[in-house]
Design a protein around this ligand. Structure first.
Ligand SMILES: *[C@@H]1O[C@H](CO)[C@@H](O)[C@H](O)[C@H]1NC(C)=O
Ligand SMILES: *[C@@H]1O[C@H](CO)[C@@H](O)[C@H](O)[C@H]1NC(C)=O
Length: 433
């Protein structure tokens, strides 16, 4: 009996060893996105920042490439940068650099079956894929709450659980939207989020998300009060290009402002704050932190701030192309986040986020991109106000003109050459500045 047991044990150990050896992916693909963890990595994808900043080089690989291993948990498709919210028949403008150039017949709407395949592939790997709205260049905003509500319906029908004749990603369903609002006014964004959350309830067994990407100066110049009134699941705070970036860690680095906001002011007290970083020195004007420094900073920040959810990076192409030693920057960041095994937070009482805690109608955001540290509200030259919103003079600005805000500047890149390729670049575009 004893002998029998031990040979059984030996046999089991041996078999399991073979199994693991033969199927390394069993272990490698174990991560399933969990919003309560504190070691998640979110990658912006779509603008090919590396290619834009390195003439003649192609940096952006297919979406699938960034989902083949466990490094990333969240992929943010950037961007839907033209709302066309006012015209009932108006179609949104999308831009994914050279990854998708085809349109539906007789329309300006992109049709991207390849990206649709990538979305499904990534979701199968346990990751979530969000559609990022806005960006540094484009034409977006709302003239009224009603317009925002209708636009939410359009987003739901064209990209999520609803249905529409023309769906850019066909039957692929994105897991929600990200607000990277860097221009225009904040009118309507809270309504947009509230309406989306009502729509989410139509598919009760699936969780959808709404996130935002403010810059680190608090409160954010564009999103400001919007993020107080909208139920957000995560904020990808850009801790770069500004005085409060991680370069000034620990002195002026202001993760504490965001952690306080998350716990005391956010409509969703469980909202997670992500540490937004550039993927290389060419991804932003300033704020790049090398892996050695990061290995010192991340564990400290995570241990101090309960709302810490992980890292967000601009962008996927930069992080993968930036090789340090034998690993990409992306992989270094993932490894640092997951070192020590400290990762998940105790599960929350019950996924409060599954049921959107009523945010009525609000939510919103405005955002920002990145701008120079000293310019709180720089104007974004690449942003035009949609004509539809023109009739409503804004308030936050000056005048009747549509306003513009935004900005990540331009850093230089992104403007210029092939206009079609660069027009949305700036910030969360070529170089996130
Ligand atoms: C596109 O427009 C052309 C010219 O008006 C028309 O002949 C054609 O049928 C349209 N195609 C589709 C798919 O609507
Ligand atoms: C995982 O994929 C990312 C994105 O392509 C890459 O940067 C990273 O180096 C990969 N990690 C490994 C261990 O291959």
């Amino acid at each position: 009996m004893a002998a029998g047991l031990s040979s059984l044990a030996i046999y089991l150990v041996f078999s399991i060893g073979i199994l693991l050896h033969s199927y390394p992916n069993i272990a490698a693909q174990a991560r399933i996105f969990d919003p309560n963890r504190k070691d998640n990595l979110a990658l912006y994808w779509g603008q090919n920042s590396f290619g834009v900043t390195h003439a003649g080089m192609l940096g952006q690989e297919a979406l699938e490439d960034y989902c083949q291993n466990d490094s990333a948990d969240i992929l943010l498709l950037s961007f839907l940068n033209v709302f066309n919210a006012a015209s009932a028949g108006g179609v949104p403008g999308l831009d994914f650099a050279e990854t998708c150039k085809t349109t539906f017949p007789n329309t300006t709407l992109l049709h991207c079956p390849q990206i649709a395949k990538g979305i499904k592939y990534c979701q199968k790997q346990g990751k979530i894929v969000l559609l990022s709205l806005g960006g540094a260049a484009g034409s977006y905003g709302f003239a009224s709450e009603d317009e925002a509500r209708q636009f939410a319906d359009k987003l739901w029908d064209m990209f999520m659980g609803g249905s529409a004749d023309l769906r850019p990603f066909d039957d692929a369903v994105v897991d929600g939207v990200d607000l990277d609002i860097e221009g225009g006014q904040s009118t309507g964004y809270v309504t947009l989020v509230g309406r989306l959350r009502e729509k989410f309830k139509q598919v009760p067994d699936r969780r959808f998300y709404v996130t935002a990407a403010p810059q680190c100066p608090f409160p954010d110049g564009y999103l400001g009060s919007v993020i107080d009134s909208a139920h957000l699941d995560m904020v990808f705070v850009q801790f770069y290009n500004n005085w409060c970036s991680a370069l000034s860690y620990p002195s002026q680095f202001n993760f504490d402002d965001w952690d306080n906001w998350a716990r005391d002011r956010s409509l969703n007290p469980d909202v997670k704050v992500y540490f937004g970083l550039p993927g290389s020195t060419t991804a932003a004007r300033s704020g790049y932190i090398d892996p050695t420094e990061l290995a010192r900073i991340i564990p400290d920040v995570r241990s101090k701030y309960p709302s810490f959810g992980g890292v967000s990076m601009w962008d996927a192409s930069q992080g993968a192309s930036n090789k340090i030693g034998d690993k990409s920057y992306t992989q270094h960041v993932a490894d640092i986040l997951r070192a020590n095994g400290d990762t998940a937070e105790p599960a929350q009482p019950e996924d409060t986020s599954k049921v959107p805690k009523g945010d009525g109608e609000t939510a919103e955001s405005t955002q920002i991109g990145i701008d120079e540290p000293t310019t709180p509200n720089p104007t974004n030259p690449s942003f035009t106000t949609p004509s539809s919103t023109a009739p409503t003079p804004s308030i936050k600005d000056d005048g009747a003109a549509p306003e513009t805000t935004a900005v990540k500047s331009t850093g230089g890149r992104g403007h210029g050459h092939d206009h079609s390729q660069h027009k949305h670049h700036c910030c969360h575009r070529g170089r996130d500045e």
